[in-house]
Design a binder for this molecule. Sequence first.
Ligand SMILES: Cc1cc2nc3c(=O)[nH]c(=O)nc-3n(C[C@H](O)[C@H](O)[C@H](O)COP(=O)(O)OP(=O)(O)OC[C@H]3O[C@@H](n4cnc5c(N)ncnc54)[C@H](O)[C@@H]3O)c2cc1C
Length: 395
Amino acid sequence: MQKFDIAVIGGGAAGITAAISACRKGKKVIICEKMPRLGKKILISGSGRCNISNLDLNEAHYNPESRELVKSVFSRFGREEIEDFFSELGLKLCSEGNRVFPVTDQAASVLKVLEDELKNLKVAVEFGFEVSGITGSAKGFIVKSKTGKSVSCDDIIITGGGKAYPSLGSDGSCYALAGSFGHKIIEPVPSAVSLLVKDRFCHLLQGQKIQCSAKAIIDGKEKNQTESELVFTKYGLSGTAILDISEDVSIAINRLAKKGVQVSIDMVPFMDVDELTEEIRHRIQKGFNPENLVIGILPNKFSLIFRDLFRNASIEKIVKMLKGKRFDIIGTRGWNEAEFTSGGIDTEEVKELTLESQFKKGVYFAGEILNVNGERGGYNLAWAWASGFVAGLTG
Ligand SMILES: Cc1cc2nc3c(=O)[nH]c(=O)nc-3n(C[C@H](O)[C@H](O)[C@H](O)COP(=O)(O)OP(=O)(O)OC[C@H]3O[C@@H](n4cnc5c(N)ncnc54)[C@H](O)[C@@H]3O)c2cc1C
């Protein structure tokens, strides 16, 4: 049986940086990866452009339960360290607003420089090695695969990801490995995901895109608001505005089994209530038909909907619908379409600064497997690079 100082379980963003930092410290490292290649999720991230980080990188952009842990990790490997790390590998970066991308606009460039560094450092990589169990040995651990292969190691870094996009490798199988060391798993739910709605609106407007302001309403309370693109689809609501607010909705429906979860959409965010009221009043006075009341304000297709809805409606009601149409949410599009996982290993059970398990010496966690969920905009990959690198330093 081959013997290593460190076995990294899962070769995604976090696993790769963990292996690089451990190897740079002189450790003999193996990555055990179930898929036939590394970093499949990196390749599709940011629609193939890979939004690798954010200029405003700090713990405030992550779920409240994780912030202490995130802060401790970024104090060792934060925004500048991430940028320096990639720039030393030869990857030039640029920014769009606060979002950081490779100048090539290609996720493939990101993966290539990482794979080249793994080769330079002679990190061993075993593909098709789906880890199914870890047992203690006299001086460390034995890592076993589903097909009966095994390697031995002193320390383990578990970076098997969450459950989002299982076709790319992360299907939640590593939660059981963490559970075998006594860790609690906060129920994972799909996040950054499109939402299911039963409403004639979506059916009639499918394919239509608008800029909107969207917010989730849970237990009658308004959650975070975002202004971005909304896409109506035959099954409900999608687009970046919906992905941005979907975490609270998914937790409410999938984890807490709440009823009456809604999303409120302001379809005319560029006009306030008074301006819009005045505009509609003016149009009615000029003799506009109901279907023409929003021509030039919203795309023409909206006439289909408003022809019936605005007939005999008061101006107040029309404005209310345009500025705060409520949709009842009946579910999410699920794991196959979620960009990341909300939930995972309880961050209270992992040591700050090192990411070592509170329960088992020599076991470390990094990346999406932990209950750390960043906003969209490069925060999840930034967490994966940083937490992987830090776990590798100490593992
Ligand atoms: C469509 C999409 C677009 C995204 N775009 C962005 C973006 O632009 N910016 C951003 O910040 N974030 C983005 N994300 C989120 C980001 O990609 C992830 O949060 C990040 O890649 C997680 O890295 P990870 O290494 O923790 O997990 P993963 O990348 O999921 O890697 C886990 C690895 O472990 C392997 N594995 C799993 N189980 C086992 C096992 N039992 N044995 C062996 N190997 C195993 C898997 O095959 C996989 O290679 C996007 C996600 C998706 C799905």
